[in-house]
Design a protein around this ligand. Structure first.
Ligand code: ACO
Length: 329
């Protein structure tokens, strides 16, 4: 039987940039088509932030949305964890800007870099800190402006990503609802299958003569696809085994929204019907760390997540990092 929960979701929120980029819009920029993108990825459109948008502004909007939903004041937040790889600037942490913008003056705030796994990593980190440090309320957020590091000339990658933020407020569990179990995984031997080589200490932004393409996302798409399916399958199985839960006990699976074909391949391995697998990649593209919390917020607000629903979440991303979590709503 699953262990007792320590933390639960008290509220959720999301923020998406207004501007929408359709597949047809992209086909004006690179040699691609709506048919290719839909059939290979399931993506129809994505939200994109205007150049110069601060991620912290979008994150603050999503966090305010979640605080209102939870009926918690910003001053009551003890901890802010922001999963992101596209913060406002190299330092300080974007979570610190968010703390100031929210007026969450009692919160410890930091960013967590685990790419698409940032939100599920954040949940487990928050659970641990809340158990050991006396923190009562935490904001765990996944937020990205991935289009800020997209090479718009590279059709292999530029069609895949979108911008957005999802946030949850966590608080003490009532013992029944909340996070039941989570598993985190990393394997840095695959780091260079999906990475942004430039902009760090190795290749600083101001390097004379540096190729601008080095400051954008590089991806070995087919390899990433293969690893994503295998890793998401194995971590989800580990999660279910360790929690003592059967696949048939799951009311819903929320997979990371990267590619409909990855989602379908994972669902097939668990014999999950379409009705139990959440999909919104068609509307948002791959929003990295934001994809699972955006999905959670959509489901909570639409009333699709019924009281007592057992929900599995599974993700995979750069690093490689991957993770799964089980929650009772
Ligand atoms: N439009 C038209 N043609 C394209 C495009 C495009 N946007 N992109 C690639 N192609 C072409 C290729 O050049 C290739 O042409 P060729 O056969 O003449 O060489 C052809 O389409 C087939 O390319 P493949 O790479 O075999 O296409 P595939 O079916 O593997 O799909 C994709 C590519 C969508 C990138 C897939 O590999 C994928 O989704 N990988 C996972 C990537 C991902 O999700 N990364 C995000 C981060 S990790 C994560 O979140 C899980």
């Amino acid at each position: 039987m699953p262990k007792k929960t320590q933390i639960m979701v008290l509220g959720s929120g999301r923020a998406l940039p207004e501007k929408i980029l359709t597949n047809d819009d992209l086909s004006q920029r690179v040699d691609t088509s709506d048919t290719w993108i839909r059939s290979r990825t399931g993506i129809c459109q994505r939200h994109v932030a205007e150049p110069g948008t601060a991620l912290s502004d979008l994150v603050t909007a999503a966090a305010q949305n979640a605080l209102e939903d939870a009926k918690i004041a910003a001053e009551e937040i003890d901890l802010i964890i922001l999963g992101t790889v596209t913060g406002d600037m190299k330092f300080p942490a974007t979570a610190c800007f968010v703390q100031a913008k929210l007026g969450a003056k009692n919160a410890v705030a930091f960013d967590l870099s685990a790419a698409c796994a940032g939100f599920l990593y954040g949940l487990q980190v928050a659970e641990g800190l809340m158990a050991t440090s006396g923190y009562k309320h935490a904001l765990v957020i996944g937020g990205e402006i991935l289009t800020s590091m997209v090479n718009w000339q590279d059709r292999d990658t530029c069609v895949l990503f979108g911008d957005g933020v999802g946030a949850v407020v966590l608080g003490p569990s009532d013992g029944e609802h909340g996070l039941l179990h989570s598993c985190l995984k990393s394997d840095g031997t695959f780091a260079k299958l999906l990475y942004n080589p430039g902009g760090g200490s190795l290749l600083p932004p101001a390097t004379p003569g540096a190729d601008p393409a080095e400051f954008s996302i590089h991806m070995a798409g087919a390899d990433v696809f293969r690893h994503a399916v295998t890793a998401m399958t194995s971590v989800l199985q580990q999660l279910l085994d360790e929690a003592g839960v059967q696949t048939s006990d799951l009311d819903l699976l929320i997979p990371h929204q990267a590619n409909l074909r990855i989602i379908e391949a994972v669902a097939k391995r668990f014999h999950l019907p379409k009705s139990k697998v959440f999909v919104n990649v068609d509307r948002y593209g791959n929003t990295s760390a934001a994809s699972i919390p955006i999905a959670l917020d959509e489901l909570r607000r639409s009333g699709e997540l019924k009281e007592g629903a057992l929900v599995g979440m599974v993700t995979f991303g750069a690093g490689f990092t991957w993770a799964a979590a089980l929650m009772r709503f």
